[in-house]
Design a protein around this ligand. Structure first.
Ligand code: GLU
Length: 295
């Protein structure tokens, strides 16, 4: 049963994967989505995306929650753990299968190549005997999202990625399926996250269409880049923020989001800094450009 209330109230969420401790880039995404939710009088949910055991770092889910609490970024309600929601993802998969939209694929990464998946397994007559992933058929029509920061963003999925995996060969749901099912289940009305996921959004919008789910709004924030210009990543062991004072971390994330706190707020406790940020927050002030932090 969806948790969605009859009248949609603003609901935002932060959905980290427990592949490592939070770094400045993840804090920027957490803080941006938190502020959007609070400014809109809404709720802010926390979802731990733990459906990729090989990439999970033991203890990271707890460390992430501790860090959010330390920063005063308190979420509403229970934490959602994706690993406990596999039955819901299976039900969504069954719906796609019943609509004839899914087929088994035994191509290795190498077979599938670097470009869009060429559809090699589309016409397979018999179920494969080896472990297979399941792919969703995509069509030639453009899929467009209106991003509140980045503007209109469109992809023809057949050209951008081809039929994409919704269930992995290791028998876990693929990220896109899980995210779409959970955002709808939780009644999320706006997704605020890093711009690295902008190009995932058309796939997610397409899945929402296939499953008859409501379309949330999107807002993709600029990314924090490393010295060499690449995105900070938990997997690449970006420096965790836990060693710095909570107020320093919040101030740095706020500056990055175009909201430098006034000097007299700088030494304040996280709760005071967040109260200032809620009063000052405006999406119009958030720069579009991904870049290195100012320090
Ligand atoms: N779990 C994803 C990550 O940590 C974010 C998913 C999302 O916000 O949709 O990068």
């Amino acid at each position: 049963m969806p948790r969605t209330p009859a009248v949609a109230r603003y609901r935002g969420r932060f959905a980290p994967s427990p592949s490592g401790p939070l770094h400045l880039g993840s804090i920027v995404a957490a803080l941006g989505s938190y502020l959007q939710a609070r400014v809109n009088g809404g709720e802010w949910l926390l979802r731990i995306e733990n459906i990729d055991p090989p990439r999970e770092l033991p203890g990271a889910a707890d460390a992430i929650q501790r860090e959010l609490v330390r920063l005063g970024l308190e979420w509403d309600g229970e934490v959602c753990f994706q690993a406990q929601r596999v039955a819901a993802y299976r039900a969504a998969l069954a719906q796609l299968e019943a609509a004839g939209l899914v087929y088994a694929c035994v191509c290795s990464r190498r077979d599938a190549g670097l470009g869009p998946y060429p559809g090699t397994c589309r016409g397979r007559a018999r179920a494969p005997s080896a472990p297979a992933s399941l792919r969703l058929r995509v069509g030639p029509a453009p899929v467009t999202i209106q991003d509140r920061l980045q503007g209109g963003y469109s992809q023809i999925l057949a050209q951008a990625c081809g039929d994409f995996v919704v269930w992995r060969a290791d028998n876990w749901p693929a990220y896109h399926l899980a995210v779409v099912v959970d955002d709808a289940w939780a009644g999320v009305t706006e997704i605020v996250r890093g711009a690295d996921l902008l190009d995932s959004s058309p796939r997610q919008r397409y899945l929402q269409q296939c499953l008859g789910l409501p379309a949330p709004r999107y807002c993709h924030l600029p990314l924090v880049l490393d010295l060499d210009g690449s995105k900070l990543s938990k997997l690449a062991l970006a420096a965790p923020v836990a060693g710095n004072s909570a107020s320093m971390v919040l101030a740095q994330a706020l500056r990055f989001l175009g909201h430098p706190p006034p000097t007299d707020a700088l030494g304040a406790a996280p709760s005071a800094l967040l109260a200032w940020a809620i009063s000052a927050w405006s999406l119009a002030q958030v720069p579009l450009q991904s870049r290195r932090p100012e320090g």
